[in-house]
Design a protein around this ligand. Structure first.
Ligand code: GAL
Length: 421
């Protein structure tokens, strides 16, 4: 090759190299990566996520899916870790929140991207129920995509245990529960199993709902029901009586061991959301209505205390294109039908393949859709109170369980409502 030709080839190579993007093999891999943050690690919680992730990977071949999960029911550990990551501007690409006021802080502090355009391009305004869309809308925009509907106001039991104790069925009111508790205790068993503090708050919410009814319960979050008034005082007093016949002094470490106490027969009831279905039916493989059963928590038949897991797109996400693909998966009919039968929830969409929802989930779907059902939102799982008020309620509840001072609890919750709104 002549010198001139060699020079030309060298120049050509330099030009080609300059045109290549400045990437290392590591960067190339990370460009096709997606980090999704949730608290679904536990038995009964991760299968649904895994099914949706598999489908997502099929649609996005070669994607490196980072399943950033932090264990602890109701996000009890995950939420603190997420908060510190958001504060440090090190967000996961997409993270789990609940529909409702839980996302308000993230919206106001600019942590999440407005997804209204995705709702329009995917036609989601037509496939999610209007009431849910209302709960997802903050300051006129929508910032997360719901994967499911969960029900919180449920009481789980082993029907064989009830028969052995001569109990006619699950209690229809909290006063009937307390009557049954006397019988149960006389037979050497614990009437109610509880877990860590968030499960006690979940219990409080269902006692308030059962004692105050729909309007009284809804008014707690809007200011129409007086926290300091006699009806609420009475309801909190009932909560204390219920707690007194529980195993709160040696509470279970999380919601799965809480249910284990019922299924092993040392306790008779547990109030918990319907993620329990995935644990009992799918993980433990117990028989519906023969080895485990469920009813609306006392006093709340015909009421659906809902919550909805939803995923966001972080501002500053490293992989926002793939994160949008992930959100499309979350909002798709197929994604929801893969996820929900395994998660123990029903789709947020109104057009699921109903043949996939059996046993408890068939009842759940029917209750959710029944026009006579009254729907309210969960406190413990992010719907009705913002994070600041919710965490003040946590602190006050911790003290209430210790000192039993109902007046102080009600007054603190009431005062903090105004301070944090
Ligand atoms: C809720 C969440 C459910 C389930 C439950 C127990 O907050 O919405 O999906 O994870 O906690 O961990």
């Amino acid at each position: 090759m002549s010198q001139g030709r060699i020079g030309f080839v060298v120049l050509l190579l330099i030009a080609l190299l300059a045109a290549l993007p400045l990437v290392s093999p590591g960067d190339a891999a990370s460009a096709h990566q997606l980090e999704v943050f949730s608290w679904w690690t536990g038995p009964g919680e991760d299968e649904g996520l895994a099914a949706m992730v598999d489908e997502f990977k099929r649609r996005n071949p070669g994607v490196d899916f980072i399943n950033a999960t932090v264990s602890g029911g109701a996000g009890s550990n995950a939420k603190a870790i997420l908060a510190s990551r958001l504060l440090a501007n090190d967000p996961p690409d997409s993270y789990q929140r609940h529909a409702g006021l839980e996302l308000q802080d993230d919206v106001r502090s600019g942590k999440v991207v407005d997804l209204t355009d995705l709702y329009e391009s995917e036609g989601w305004m037509e496939v999610f129920p209007p009431g849910l869309l209302d709960n997802l809308t903050i300051d006129g925009k929508i910032y997360s995509v719901p994967v499911n509907i969960h029900r919180a106001n449920l009481i789980w039991y082993d029907p064989r245990a009830l028969s052995a104790l001569g109990l006619p069925g699950p209690p229809q009111s909290w006063s009937e529960f307390l009557e049954q508790a006397t019988t149960i205790q006389s037979r050497g068993k614990t009437p109610l199993a509880v877990g860590p503090q968030w499960t006690q708050k979940h219990l409080l919410e269902t006692v308030l709902l059962g004692e105050l009814g729909v309007d009284g319960y809804l008014g707690l979050w809007t200011g129409r029901t007086a926290w300091r008034g006699p009806k609420v005082t009475q309801a909190i007093d009932t909560f204390m009586k219920v707690l007194a016949v529980s195993d709160v002094k040696s509470a279970a470490a999380d919601w799965q061991p809480q249910l284990d106490r019922v299924m092993s027969g040392s306790a008779v009831y547990a109030v918990m959301g319907d993620w329990s279905y995935a644990y009992l039916a799918l993980t433990k493989k117990l028989g519906w209505q023969s080895e485990y059963a469920v009813a609306a928590s006392p006093g709340s038949a015909g009421i659906f205390d809902f919550l909805s897991d939803s995923f966001t797109l972080s501002v500053g996400a490293r992989h926002s294109r793939l994160a949008r693909e992930w959100l499309i998966e979350c909002g798709s009919r197929l994604g929801q039908d893969l996820f929900n039968p395994r998660k123990g929830s029903i789709p947020a969409r109104t057009d699921p393949d109903e043949s996939l929802y059996h046993e408890y989930l068939a009842w759940d779907l029917q209750q959710w859709r029944d026009p006579n059902t009254r729907i309210v939102g969960s406190l413990t799982h992010g719907v009705v109170a913002n994070n600041a008020w919710n965490s003040e309620i946590d602190t006050a509840l911790g003290l209430l369980v210790q000192d039993g001072d109902i007046g102080k609890f009600a007054a603190t919750v009431d005062d903090k409502r105004l301070e944090t709104s």
